[in-house]
Design a protein. Structure first.
Length: 237
């Protein structure tokens, strides 16, 4: 990387900028296999803990017991909140763990635009925060990742009303995510690709309206599917 920068730099500095925590952590680079694999598998990380719990409880009869003892709306609301929180935690943990482990190895040098080794670009989302309070930028971006995949986990939960197999639920959520990834990559709509804009390096600039459409859309679809699927249990409450 330093050699490439020096090739196109108008000034031969004779030295390279030391590696910094904010370019070496999982959210600070996009070219490694580890980073690519994590962002590709995040849907599975988010849905595995709790998204299929409703399907499992339907099979065991535990859901019926809950509905007999409590209000239907309250029961499904607790399922949704638990699923969102579990998906949120499962998505953010890899990034927080990696960030703090790398903090023990690399110095937290302040990002410098003139080094050409840091992302995002100067037109990126929250770029002023990145170059003034980089740790805060990292934590805020991890928060955005967690909210997105918490909403995706809720979508997986809503599918359990119509799909009996927990495995199929996980695979279907991943298939939807991968289909969006493949379609947007093929069409060149990188700013609409969650795999791209959720990466803190912002290879495609993060756009708040796009993010909100995804999150609100997933939560709205989940709410509608839960409402429709829950009607079959009206006689129990």
């Amino acid at each position: 990387m330093c050699q490439i920068v020096q090739m196109f730099s108008p000034v031969d500095t004779g030295f390279s900028y030391p590696s910094s925590l904010y370019e070496m952590w999982l959210g600070g680079e996009w070219a490694s296999y580890a980073s690519a694999l994590v962002f590709l598998l995040l849907p599975l990380f988010a849905t595995l803990p709790f998204s299929s719990s409703l399907a499992e409880d339907k099979k065991s009869g535990y859901l019926i017991q809950l509905l007999i003892r409590g209000k239907r709306l309250s029961v499904f609301f607790r399922y949704a909140v638990s699923t969102f929180l579990s998906g949120f935690v499962a998505a953010v943990l890899p990034f927080l763990e990696n960030l703090f482990l790398n903090a023990a190895i690399y110095p937290a040098l302040m990002p410098q635009p003139s080094t050409y080794t840091f992302s995002p670009s100067l037109r990126g989302f929250m770029v002023k925060i990145f170059y003034s309070e980089p740790l805060l930028y990292c934590l805020l971006y991890v928060l955005l990742i967690g909210i997105f995949f918490g909403a995706l986990a809720c979508f997986g939960l809503s599918l359990c009303f119509f799909i009996q197999s927990p495995v199929v639920v996980h695979l279907l959520v991943f298939a939807v995510y991968f289909w969006v990834y493949y379609l947007t990559m093929q069409l060149g709509w990188y700013s609409l690709n969650p795999y791209v804009f959720l990466n803190p390096t912002q290879a495609a600039v993060f756009q708040v309206p796009v993010y909100l459409i995804y999150v609100i859309g997933m939560l709205s679809i989940s709410a509608v599917l839960i409402a429709l699927g829950g009607k079959k249990y009206e006689h129990l409450t």
